[in-house]
Design a protein around this ligand. Sequence first.
Ligand SMILES: CC(C)(COP(=O)(O)OP(=O)(O)OC[C@H]1O[C@@H](n2cnc3c(N)ncnc32)[C@H](O)[C@@H]1OP(=O)(O)O)[C@@H](O)C(=O)NCCC(=O)NCCS
Length: 306
Amino acid sequence: MSGETDLKTLLESLHPVAREGDYVYALWPHGRPLEGGVEAAVREAEGLTVVLRRDEADSLGLRYDFVATWITLQVHSALEAVGLTAAVSAALTHAGISCNVLAGFHHDHLLVPSADAERAMDVLRLLARGVVLRSERPDDREEILELTASAFSVSPVTGEPVEGTPIEVGLLRGLFDCEEYIPEFSIVAEMGGEIVGHAISTRGWIGELELIALGPIGVLPHFQKRGVGSALMRETAARATALGEPGIALLGSPLYYPRFGYVPATSLGVQPPEAMWGDHFQLLTLPEWPDGVRGTFRYAEPFNGL
Ligand SMILES: CC(C)(COP(=O)(O)OP(=O)(O)OC[C@H]1O[C@@H](n2cnc3c(N)ncnc32)[C@H](O)[C@@H]1OP(=O)(O)O)[C@@H](O)C(=O)NCCC(=O)NCCS
């Protein structure tokens, strides 16, 4: 049975699916017959490597380090197809996600660190649509401002069309030029040279504690509900974690952001700058979040002009 060989078609029909549970690589004990539960095996001069579910490895007493999520690319790629593995691993590498590839007769399979699994799925879904995430460049700014005007042409607060230029455009201009701007946290989603989504986070404070505040975030209206916003949210959190930021604050819908782990800031002892914001002011705590944080959140200066 032959499979697809054209790279563009392959990428458009990747259909990544993550299996439930964790998988591990382990060395199979020398001389022991292979038992059920082994999902892949590679024989080498030094011994037999197996890939199996973590709970199977635990019950067999096998040792392992790498704990992975198993992602199957459902596309039926021909074994001789050129470029699929390179395109997938380049996209994951660009996102800082390591990946081990196994090729089966029908499909390619990726083992990525479990902690990065959701982001890896974002990268793969966006790759299928030809979308990449990258940091903003200075010559992107006018396009980002136009995108923001388009994304906020309907008010997220009232649901009504906005007259004139949405306030988020002026806010973003101010954020680009303020002291609290942090280049790594102005992230664009680009497709075929067009910027289709953007998220910015800038420095904010709770007392002396420095953290970041996310927003505005916008996706071109005809690109919404395709995972771009979620990918920008998770990319921001991954970059913040990597840079040792303790948390991310935002003002937004309590129906949207909890899916990324955000909780009402007040539940953590942090008050919004305006008490009336209530549960719309949310916080995501990251591994560097210190104990005992209390206080009122303070945004970058351009937010004060709103
Ligand atoms: C909010 C926004 C960035 C999300 O981007 P996106 O690419 O559409 O998001 P995704 O495709 O990753 O996720 C879509 C999901 O989020 C939900 N969603 C989006 N905005 C929402 C909101 N304000 N309240 C509740 N749910 C929302 C969608 O209903 C959809 O739900 P589903 O997965 O259950 O179908 C985008 O819709 C946008 O630009 N909106 C206009 C500007 C805005 O409101 N920005 C946020 C305030 S700063």
